[in-house]
Structure formats: structure tokens, C-alpha cells
Design a protein around this ligand. Structure first.
Ligand code: NAD
Length: 395
């Protein structure tokens, strides 16, 4: 199979789907790697490094014309979709549940769309393909680095001839993959770390990394399915908030990573909590996206300072800010998935197999992944109902 790596064109994206390191493994399995000229430059992977391990550098036109599979990081733009042809395979972080309409377009064009974010994460043999974990790990690390940079004091306890510096008090909200990495990184920098999550099982994980787990007076267990959290009820939210506000007010740095699949991230740092923080405190809202964030005042992609001098950092696409590590991990996850889905150098999809069933979103002109198909059907039915709604007679 000819595997094509285009240059990512989403603004701010610096990752690349395959790095030179993984090319020999793909070649050994019978694949040929084509790379668009300059595709790796955002992560300092030069064309020559790809050529040295046997990849071929081509123009973007040749790439889309010749490749059997296009492997990407970000969801394709309309211009990129326009370049895909029937029978071609597209693999990337397609986020089908956020954008089912694009999946329908891909199906209509006869493209087989395969999404890395649909990997069944709790399946141990799929762990090496788990891009969400590898990239969340990077984001958790970088969130702490950004916090340390924005914070006007040391993180560690330092005793010097010029005096003693108190360690920073850091609170990590959300103890998933990113939160655990944030705890570990803040501890390595010498901070005193507290952490909180609505899934009680995370207490032991946080403590094993040296954080103190915050136990609220009113215990909430919001363990959902697949290791994720469920959305809190309105009553749980208000109890949680009142108690969390007290903890937040005593912190120097708050790093928020809380997500609920398919929903807006919960607000955990309210405007009132921010108003009670000391000047110079820092909030890094890692959950911030177009859907919203964990901090009420964060503005995605911006760093703002509140009236009481609290800095709120709401970075977009943190993994892209550590492009070498992010691309290396992404490329290894991608390679594992490609090797899993191919046999003797050709695509071999077994719809009965668990990983394949989860990641193949479109095939043979149809959207085949049940969750995405259901969203499209619901959207179609509501559009149909809107068309049939009787016109309101003029008064
Ligand atoms: P995520 O990004 O969906 O959420 C991050 C964290 O936010 C979660 O721990 C969640 O419980 C927490 N959260 C949600 N609402 C909250 C609220 N109101 N207040 C406080 N915290 C809140 O999670 P993730 O990092 O993608 O990981 C999800 C789960 O998947 C974890 O249990 C992780 O261990 C598991 N996982 C398992 C495997 C595996 O078994 N191989 C691999 C990867 C991830």
C-alpha cells in the first residue's frame, strides 16, 4: 500500500502523521511511504531524513493522486477532502462525533475514513494505538510548563542566602491521562500538589504520584462508562462548586483537565472563584476549546489577566506546541493501527474485529460506525421535521 503523508494545514498545527523513525517498520510490512515536500518541517523532520530511510518526497498533487492511504493528524479541511478520490483511505483524528456531516461527505466521495480517536481505549491490545492518551500526556506536561512560565514565583521550595522561597501550591482538576501527567510534572518541579476528580478510583492514582487528593465533604461518585465521568446533576454541581471554590482560593496555580465525552466541559473555576484568588495566581485551562472550558472566563487561544490579577491561560492544541514528541508518539500510534489494519501490504478490514469495528467510520459509500450513523440519522430526522412544520398563517 502507498501511504501518503501530507503537510498539515490547520493554523498552528506543527505535528506530522509519520516521522522518519517509523518508515522502516512500514516498509518491512510491504508499504511504501510518500511524503509531501516539507510535511515534517513543523517538527524539524527534514525531507532528507525521510529519504534516508526509504520514503519518497513528492508534491502535494502527486501525493493525493498516487497514495492509497492518506495519513493525517487533523480533520481534513474542505480543500483537502476535495483532493481525495474514490477508493482512497483516510486515517487521522477525524472526530466523527463532533462533525458527522464531514463523515457523510467522505462516504459520498467513496473514501474509507478511519479515525484514531475512536480506538477502544480500554482494550489492552489497542493501547499502543491510543492517540488520545499519547497526546493528552503531552498536553498535561505542557500545561504545567505554561503555568510555571506565567507564575511569578518559584515552583520548588528553595533555601538560599537571599532567603527562602515557599513552594507553589498547585491544584489539578480532572485526574485522567493529562491530569496524571500534570501532577507528575508539577511534582518534579517541586510544587505541592493537590488534585480532584469525580471518579473516586483516581484518588489512589493521584496519591501514588505524590499529590494530595481533595475529598469534598459531600462525596460525589460520577463514574461513567469506559473509565470516563458522567455529567453531574445540577444539585451535585452546585454542592461541588461551593466546596471547590474554597480550595481554589488558597491555590497559586490551578490546572484544569476535566472533560465529559460528547458534552461541554464542566465549569469548575467560576468567576466567583477567580475573584477570590490572590494576585499573581495562574489558571491553565487545558479543557478549553470551541465547546467551552473548565474556567468560566477563559478565552480559547488567549492569555488574559483578570481585574484582580489572575492570569488565565487557555491554550489551543497543546500537543502541537511540543511537536517533536507529539509527532513521534502520534506516528507510533498511527503505525500500530496501520499494521493492524493491513495484511501483506494491503488493507484488510475485518468488520467483526473489535478495533476495526470501532475505527472504520465510512466504507463502501456509507457511514458504517453506529454512533456516527445515529447522529446523522437524528440530524436528518430533525431537518425533515423542520421542513414539514406547517407555516404559521399571517396575522
Ligand atoms: P477525559 O479527558 O475524558 O477527562 C479527564 C478527567 O476529568 C477524567 O478523569 C474525568 O473523571 C474528570 N472529570 C470529568 N468531569 C469532572 C468534574 N465535574 N469534576 C472533576 N473532574 C471531572 O479523560 P481521559 O484522560 O481521556 O481518561 C478517561 C479514562 O480513560 C481514565 O479512566 C483513563 O484511565 C482511561 N483510560 C484507560 C485506558 C486503558 O484502560 N487502557 C487507556 C486510556 C485511558
Amino acid at each position: 500500500m502507498k501511504v501518503g503523508v501530507p503537510r498539515e494545514i490547520t493554523p498552528g498545527e506543527r505535528r506530522v502523521a509519520l516521522v522518519p523513525d517509523v518508515v522502516p517498520r512500514l516498509a518491512a510490512a510491504g508499504h511504501k511511504v510518500l511524503v509531501e515536500a516539507g510535511a515534517g518541517l513543523g517538527s524539524w523532520q527534514h525531507d532528507g531524513a525521510y529519504e534516508r530511510v526509504g520514503a519518497t518526497i513528492v508534491t502535494v498533487d502527486d501525493l493525493y493522486a498516487q497514495a492509497d492511504a492518506i495519513v493525517k493528524v487533523d480533520r481534513p479541511t474542505p480543500a483537502e477532502i476535495g483532493r481525495l478520490h474514490s477508493g482512497q483511505i483516510l486515517v487521522g483524528l477525524l472526530q466523527p462525533l463532533l462533525d458527522p456531516a464531514t463523515m457523510q461527505t467522505l462516504a459520498d466521495r467513496g473514501v474509507t475514513a478511519i479515525s484514531l480517536d475512536a480506538i477502544p481505549r480500554t482494550l489492552s491490545r489497542a493501547q499502543s494505538m491510543d492517540v488520545l492518551s499519547s497526546q493528552a500526556n503531552i498536553a498535561g506536561y505542557k500545561a504545567v510548563i505554561l503555568a510555571a512560565e506565567a507564575f511569578g514565583r518559584y515552583f520548588p521550595l528553595l533555601t538560599t542566602a537571599a532567603g527562602t522561597a515557599r513552594p507553589a501550591n498547585v491544584l489539578v482538576l480532572g485526574i485522567g491521562v493529562a491530569g496524571l501527567q500534570a501532577i507528575g510534572t508539577a511534582r518534579r518541579l517541586g510544587a505541592v500538589v493537590k488534585a480532584y476528580d469525580v471518579r473516586p478510583e483516581t484518588k489512589e492514582q493521584a496519591e501514588s504520584l505524590g499529590a494530595q487528593f481533595v475529598t469534598l465533604r459531600t462525596a460525589i461518585d460520577a463514574t461513567g462508562t469506559g473509565g470516563y465521568a458522567r455529567e453531574l446533576t445540577a444539585e451535585e454541581r452546585s454542592t461541588q462548586q461551593a466546596e471547590l471554590n474554597e480550595v481554589i482560593a488558597s491555590m497559586d496555580v490551578v490546572i484544569t483537565t476535566a472533560q465529559v465525552p460528547g458534552r461541554r466541559p464542566p465549569i469548575l473555576v467560576t468567576a466567583a472563584a477567580l475573584a477570590a484568588m490572590r494576585p499573581g495566581s495562574v489558571v491553565v485551562d487545558m479543557a478549553a476549546s470551541a465547546l467551552g472550558g473548565n474556567c468560566e472566563l477563559s478565552r480559547v487561544g488567549e492569555t488574559i489577566v483578570t481585574d484582580n490579577d489572575v492570569t488565565i491561560v487557555a491554550p489551543e492544541n497543546l500537543p502541537a506546541t511540543l511537536p517533536i514528541s507529539a509527532s513521534q508518539f502520534y506516528a507510533r500510534n498511527m503505525t500500530e493501527l496501520l499494521l493492524h489494519l493491513t495484511k501483506d501490504g494491503a488493507l484488510h478490514l475485518d468488520p467483526e474485529e473489535e478495533i476495526t469495528a470501532a475505527v472504520v467510520i465510512t466504507r463502501d459509500g456509507k457511514v458504517v460506525q453506529p454512533a456516527t450513523a445515529a447522529l446523522l440519522q437524528a440530524a436528518g430526522e430533525s431537518a425533515h421535521r423542520a421542513r414539514r412544520r406547517p407555516e404559521v398563517p399571517a396575522p
